[in-house]
Design a protein around this ligand. Structure first.
Ligand SMILES: [Cu+2]
Length: 86
C-alpha cells in the first residue's frame, strides 16, 4: 500500500461473531496438560484454539454458541481449572 492510500477498516462487511479470549488455567504442568486442554477445547463447536501453553490458552469463540461457563466446564473436565478470562 503506497503513501496516501486510504486505509479503511470495513467492519460492517464482516459478519463475525468470533471473539478472541485469553484463558488463565491452573493445574497445567507439562506438554501432556497442554495437549489435554487443546483437545478438550477443540471439541467444542464454535471454538477455534489459537494457542495453548502451560497455564494459559488463547481461543476464538463464537459468542452466539459458546459461553464462558461452557469453556470453564470443558477445562474442568480435562482436569484443570479456569481461573480467569480476558
Ligand atoms: Cu501435564
Amino acid at each position: 500500500m503506497g503513501k496516501g492510500d486510504v486505509f479503511s477498516v470495513n467492519e460492517s462487511t464482516t459478519n463475525n461473531t468470533m471473539k478472541t479470549q485469553e484463558l488463565k488455567i491452573e493445574g497445567m504442568s507439562c506438554g501432556h496438560c497442554v495437549m489435554s486442554v487443546k483437545k478438550g477445547l477443540s471439541k467444542l463447536a464454535g471454538v477455534v484454539v489459537e494457542d495453548v501453553q502451560i497455564g494459559k490458552a488463547r481461543i476464538q469463540f463464537d459468542e452466539t454458541k459458546i459461553s464462558n461457563q461452557m469453556i470453564a466446564d470443558t477445562i474442568d473436565e480435562a482436569g484443570y481449572k479456569l481461573v480467569s478470562v480476558n
